[in-house]
Structures are given as structure tokens and as C-alpha cells.
Ligand binder design. Sequence first.
Ligand code: PMP
Length: 374
Amino acid sequence: NSIHPQRLFKHADLSVRLAGPEQLNPKPDVDKLSFGKYFTDHMLKIHYYEGMGGWQAPEIMPLENLVLHPAAKVLHYAVELFEGMKAYRGVDGKIRLFRPELNMERMNNSALRSGLPPFRGEELIKCICRLISIDQEWVPHSTASSLYIRPTLIGVDPTLGVATSESALLYVIMSPVGSYFKSTGKQLGVSLLADPKYTRAWPGGCGDAKLGSNYGPTIQVQQEAIEKGLQQVLWLYGENNELTEIGTMNVFVVFINDNGERELLTPPLNGLILPGVVRNSLLSISKQWNQFPVTERSITMREIMQLLSENRLLEMFGAGTACVVSPVSYIDFLGQGLHVPTMEQSEPIYQMLQKHLLDIQYGVIPEHPWSLVI
Ligand code: PMP
């Protein structure tokens, strides 16, 4: 990146200041966790100052508040990006990360889009591994829970110019997250609000980068869904109401194609869609299985309704780090209630994919190229 021809940070320069016994927090009961409410004892911080050569040495320290100038760019122009990844405690007791290099690649793409400095992903992964090993008792001893990791990069220049950041802060905080299955162990189908008057992303925009500014404006729409008794938003784009994403998940559809076979479909990475790590993984696994055709192409609400009327739509699901796979059972589209029969299939593709991914993440498949053991 020519804007920032500066020094990169290295794991070898990492310093650690541990919390004293009086600073350690009690670990919450994993059954009572709500998302992102409790944080581990330590955090990672890496400062960037253009005037001081670029990236500074990484530091691990007790979790603390940030001190920012009131003009800091992040507070005015939302110069902020983040990642979401998880550490899993496997059936063998080992802690694993899942394809963290893809999160690093996406984080660098988000940085480029925001005028924030790039960095070497493998160095940040090594620093994150150290942070996890220091707070390892915070990784839940359960194959239904995990430790959510939130790398964040903000522009902190104390100047109001809408310009590239000369000072930035990269930090990482971690939060234990609970079971995504209810105590019965049975997954329930989610209901969606699909309202064409709202758009999450558009051509030439930044919906394919993980910027905080993509998420703030979705909160009111999500709230509207809840008020209508629905659980998530199905984001549509354009005159033809193309399906783009489900809440903060990528969308997948399984249908009977013109050859009478089951086919797995997801919209292509055309700039309107976040390139999900789980999306990428489900596509790879399905292609490797070679049991059904797998396509990346746009699909419209008209096609969904056509397929439903011909009983050819079998499954719809969201895919993302938060819940792996989330089956859909209902869509509210312009006042019509569409029942999607995902939960009625006898051997649904979503379940096969979910099981395979969880088996990799929780070490049931002990050695897998996508697992990074800490
Ligand atoms: N789409 C959006 C809008 C998201 O916020 C996320 C979560 N990062 C995803 C899809 C799924 O991405 P991943 O599989 O990397 O969690």
C-alpha cells in the first residue's frame, strides 16, 4: 500500500504485562452468556504513528478503557473496521482457531478501503495466539460454546480532516459466547423480514468490507423485524429483489434444479456481499464432496416464490461464524408469508455441512489444514 510505506509490526517484539490477582474477573456461567457481554482479563494493543515510523511494538495488557481525543476520526467519520473469529476448545482439550488467515486477509482489505494502515496477518495471528494462551481458561470447556475474538482497527488522529489516518490503534478483545442451540439440542428455523425499501450494500459501496459503518444503520431495520415478530432481516438489492445476506450471515439456498437434482446456491461475491469465512468453507466442502451441483449466482425473490410454488425450494439458511448455519423457515415479503420447508427435509444439506464444520472446529477431525492449534 503506497499510502503507508511504513514499518510493520512483528510478534517477536510483543511485550506482556499480566493482570494482578486482584484484577482477574470471575468467569461467567457458559449457559447464561449473552453475546459480547463479558470480556477476558487481557487485551492486545498495537499503535500506529506515521510520524514515528509506522507500527509500534505489540503489547498485551490487562483489559482497560481507551483514552481518545474528542476529535479522533473514529468518533466522527466512523473510521473503524473489525473482525469476528472464534477459538474453540476441542473434544481433545486442544484450543483451535479456524482459518484465521482469511480473517486477516479480509481485515487488510477493510483497512485499505478505510485509509487505515495494512499489516502482516501472520504476525497478528501469532500475537492473538499468545493472548488466547494467556486467557486460555476463558475458552469454554464445552463443544457448544467458544471464545469470540474481536480484532478492531480505528483511526485516532485528533484532527477533523476527512483524510487518511496518520495514527491508528489495532486492538483485540475476547468474549466467551454461549450455546447457539437451545438446551433441547434441537435447532429451530428462523423467520425473516424481507423489505425492499431497505438496502445494506450497493455497487461501488463497501458492503464487502467489515466496516462498523455498515452495521450501525442495520440496527433499526433489525428492530423493525423484531417488532413484527420476526427474527432476522433478509437483505435484498435492486429492482429484482436479489437476495444478498441474512442479518450478519451469508445466504444459501438448496433447490431442485431443471435436471431434477438438489443444487446448492449462494450469491456471488459481486461487491454487495461480505466474503464470509464460513461461506468460503461451505463452498469448498460441498465442491469436494461432489454429491450435488454448487453454484454462485444471484437469485431473486421472484425465483424464490416460483420455486416455492413448484415445491422445488428445499432449504434456505444463513452461514457465519456466530452460529455456523442457521436454517430459515419463514419469510415475510411485502405482506406475504412464505413458508420455507428447511426444517421438514429428511437429510438436509445444511445439517451435513454444519456437522462437518463443527467436527473440524471442535477437533472431532483432529488434524485438519483449516485448524490452527494454539
Ligand atoms: N455477512 C455479514 C454482513 C457479516 O457481518 C458476517 C459476519 N462476519 C458474515 C456475512 C459471515 O462471515 P463469516 O463467515 O466470516 O463469519
